[in-house]
Design a protein around this ligand. Structure first.
Ligand SMILES: O=C(O)CCC(=O)C(=O)O
Length: 300
């Protein structure tokens, strides 16, 4: 069961209406047209520093383990990089382990960005920190659509309209440090396939994959972000990201939301606009949650 989740009153709804400024309408139009958009400067430098400190704490906790390690929905995904040795590549559901990250996933400003697209009753199906350190030999994400990872598919209804993925930039994101690359208007193409060819995390973005999707190179756009910007994209938008060839980190805090009525999985995040605390973990991606609900090492 998730934790307490109060119903929101009229004032929440009114506040949301008042927040619909013209800037908001612009990002909504861009999102609907291109399948991705950016809302600039959502979080201050001090808030980004707080998130970065939380990333440090979660990384230190993860690197105590010899290899990838799971405690129910919380997963530290480690890898042995050819250049850097043991690295923490990503963490799923760090909000269970870190109060600061838990607070930002429920931030009112994130709600105000997502609710116009997916409504006031939101569950959360993604809570992830991705960390690309400089000099890693392999930390690319091949071109993919997030819909590929929504399993079992029957639990995820109305996927084109009810899901919004968000990412808070912790560092500047540029091509040199592995910024994400998005394929314009690809969300209108429905589900595309590489016929199960390779895992997304062990794959580089390639012109050949774009060709297999029927997407022109000209229709790709790197997403430059400043710390504190919030990127958002659709479940069907083709995207990926390259290696970090720069001298700085590239960190992003990902939170994916879904209209609650359209999803049987996920943690409640907002009910009627009011934030919902995490309680006992519920089924999201880890199918063995109830069979193997104890901490254990994970084979990759
Ligand atoms: O962190 C990245 O660059 C990739 C993120 C991504 O592709 C995803 O979460 O679907």
């Amino acid at each position: 069961m998730s934790g307490p989740c109060p119903a929101a009153g009229e004032s929440d709804k009114e506040r949301n209406r008042q927040n619909m400024t013209s800037e908001r309408e612009d990002y909504l139009a861009t999102y609907r047209r291109d399948g991705f958009a950016v809302v600039r400067g959502v979080f201050s430098a001090a808030e980004v520093a707080e998130i970065a400190e939380a990333f440090d704490a979660v990384r230190a906790a993860g690197l105590r383990f010899a290899r990838s390690f799971r405690d129910r929905n919380l997963l530290y995904r480690l890898s042995v990089d050819a250049n850097l040795g043991k690295t923490l590549r990503m963490v799923q559901w760090p909000a269970y382990a870190n109060a600061v990250l838990d607070r930002y996933r429920l931030d009112r400003r994130i709600y105000d960005i997502v609710a116009p697209l997916a409504g006031p009753d939101l569950k959360q199906i993604i809570n992830q920190m991705h960390w690309k350190p400089p000099g890693a030999a392999q930390n690319s994400f091949g071109f993919h659509q997030d819909i590929w990872f929504r399993r079992p598919r029957a639990a995820y209804r109305n996927p084109a309209a009810s899901y919004v993925q968000t990412g808070i930039a912790v560092d500047p994101h540029r091509t040199a440090n592995g910024a994400m690359v998005f394929c314009r208007a690809s969300h209108g193409r429905g589900e595309l396939s590489l016929d199960g060819d390779g895992r997304v995390m062990e794959r580089d973005m390639s012109a050949e994959d774009l060709l297999r999707f029927g997407i022109a190179q000209d229709d790709t756009a790197p997403m430059a972000l400043e710390p504190g910007d919030v990127a958002l994209w659709n479940l069907y938008t083709v995207h990926g990201s390259g290696p970090n060839l720069s001298g700085i980190d590239r960190r992003i805090y990902l939170n994916g939301y879904v209209a609650a009525a359209d999803c049987d999985r996920g943690e409640w995040a907002f009910r009627g606009g009011a934030p919902c605390a995490l309680g006992e973990p519920v089924l999201v991606h880890y199918d063995a949650l109830y069979k193997r609900p104890y901490p254990h090492y994970v084979e990759d």
